[in-house]
Design a protein around this ligand. Structure first.
Ligand SMILES: *[C@@H]1O[C@H](CO)[C@@H](O)[C@H](O)[C@H]1NC(C)=O
Ligand SMILES: *[C@@H]1O[C@H](CO)[C@@H](O)[C@H](O)[C@H]1NC(C)=O
Ligand SMILES: *[C@@H]1O[C@H](CO)[C@@H](O)[C@H](O)[C@H]1NC(C)=O
Ligand SMILES: *[C@@H]1O[C@H](CO)[C@@H](O)[C@H](O)[C@H]1NC(C)=O
Ligand SMILES: *[C@@H]1O[C@H](CO)[C@@H](O)[C@H](O)[C@H]1NC(C)=O
Ligand SMILES: *[C@@H]1O[C@H](CO)[C@@H](O)[C@H](O)[C@H]1NC(C)=O
Length: 370
């Protein structure tokens, strides 16, 4: 009976190539700074919005327009400047905030997240992959605490070198120390030397690795501020303390950590949510993989099944186009109906479990297959 229903769904869904994302966006019309907005989104939904591609961007843009919400936060934030030498005892009050930027610095370019000192003792931000000489700090030497290393390295390698041979890359706590380091680096105008200041690149609030960006022309343009708002459909960097409207997303996948047979799992999802998940695109795969990691069983059921004559298809009614099977997956069917699951560790799909195996499973809380 259920099979008949599924097959009917399959036929009606055939040919539909749209692949709904298991995430829904919400615009919240309350003025909050970025951190308060993040807290709100995590309480009421999943997190501040992560935007993966142009389709999602258009979606969020039109939601903001419909709501008449003006500027609104998304989840992208840039890390604060910090010293490689992180020990709190090392800095007295305000000493970790000492800065000696050159005029027009930091430039705020997307990839410029490490800092060097030029001949006049002023600081510039620069990409961390540039090979430069650098200055280490040696806590063991009270007379010569700063060491110039002329062997050029990128910032991470320089940091490793200083940590191995000395204490760390040099921190600068006040103008006196800045002058000392300037003397150590010498007055060769042709070189710039790394010091220990850096900041993390742009990061999503939910830890996503999405590299999609939609900056307005000339953005991001402010080295000192570090949160992202949507303004007239484009991204702007703005001070995180501004109180504006914001956008959250709601995760539409649920990992159920109960052990059930495939059919029990299907029933459970249809009763409590909408359905077992259909993994119709790589994007959904990424979400499923992240969810599956939390499973207590080695695999988790997907809404994936195989019928003789029909082949593999999803419970939402689509045949399998996108796929991510383990090696050794047998494509050809038998007369016995088969079902699919995802490895909780690796995220690949397997087809050799039996329907009576008891596994955790992943439900979707929204209609898929458009
Ligand atoms: C937030 O949204 C409301 C209504 O949707 C709007 O009236 C208000 O101006 C917006 N606030 C900001 C700071 O854009
Ligand atoms: C620095 O160079 C090493 C190889 O020497 C490389 O593995 C690392 O990714 C580089 N780091 C940056 C930030 O470019
Ligand atoms: C600079 O900082 C160091 C370390 O805290 C301190 O010993 C020194 O007195 C400071 N110099 C000035 C002029 O503030
Ligand atoms: C489900 O099965 C796994 C592996 O056999 C086990 O570790 C886990 O405790 C079981 N969970 C429940 C809720 O029974
Ligand atoms: C299922 O297939 C995987 C990979 O092809 C294999 O490692 C595993 O042992 C198989 N499991 C069973 C129960 O046959
Ligand atoms: C298949 O899944 C693995 C693990 O989730 C992922 O690394 C890989 O990119 C996926 N391949 C495709 C073609 O989506």
């Amino acid at each position: 009976m259920t099979l008949l229903l599924i097959t009917t769904l399959l036929v009606s869904g055939l040919g539909s190539l749209s692949s709904s994302v298991p995430r829904q966006f919400h615009v919240v019309k309350e003025q909050k700074n970025w951190t308060e907005a993040q807290q709100y989104c995590r309480e009421k939904f999943t997190d501040l919005s992560t935007i993966d591609d142009m389709t999602e961007m258009e979606k969020v843009k039109s939601l903001i327009q419909e709501a008449g919400a003006g500027n609104a936060w998304i989840g992208l934030k840039r890390g604060e400047w910090q010293w490689s030498l992180a020990g709190r005892d090392f800095y007295r009050e305000n000493e970790s905030e000492f800065r000696n930027w050159d005029s027009g610095q930091p430039g705020g370019g997307v990839a410029e997240e490490c800092v060097n000192m030029i001949a006049n003792g002023k600081w510039h931000d620069v990409g961390c992959s540039s090979s430069l000489p650098f200055i280490c700090y040696d806590g063991g030497s009270s007379t010569h605490p700063y060491v110039l290393v002329t062997d050029k390295k990128n910032w991470t390698d320089a940091q490793r070198y200083c940590r191995e041979k000395h204490t760390d890359l040099a921190s600068v706590r006040n103008q006196t120390e800045n002058d000392q380091i300037k003397d150590v680096r010498g007055n060769n105008p042709g070189i710039a030397c790394y010091i220990g200041l850096f900041r993390d690149a742009w990061e999503w609030s939910d830890g996503s690795s999405s590299s999609f960006r939609h900056w307005n022309t000339g953005q991001p343009d402010n080295g000192g501020v570090a949160c992202t708002e949507i303004k007239n459909g484009q991204w702007n960097d703005a001070g995180c303390h501004h109180q504006i409207n914001f956008t959250c997303y709601e995760d539409k996948l649920v990992l159920v950590r109960e052990n059930k047979t495939w059919r029990e799992a299907l029933q459970y999802c249809r009763q409590h949510h909408v359905d077992l998940v259909s993994v119709t695109s790589e994007r959904v795969q990424r979400w499923v993989r992240a969810r599956a990691k939390g499973a207590s069983t080695a695999h988790a059921w997907l809404g994936l099944l195989h019928s003789y004559g029909v082949g593999w298809y999803w419970v939402c009614g689509q045949t399998v186009c996108y796929s991510n099977w383990t090696q050794g997956h047998e494509q050809e069917g038998s007369f016995q109906q088969r079902v699919g699951a995802v490895e909780s560790g690796g995220g690949l799909w397997v087809s050799n479990l039996t329907k009576t195996d008891k596994l955790n499973f992943i439900c979707t809380t929204m209609e898929q297959c458009g």
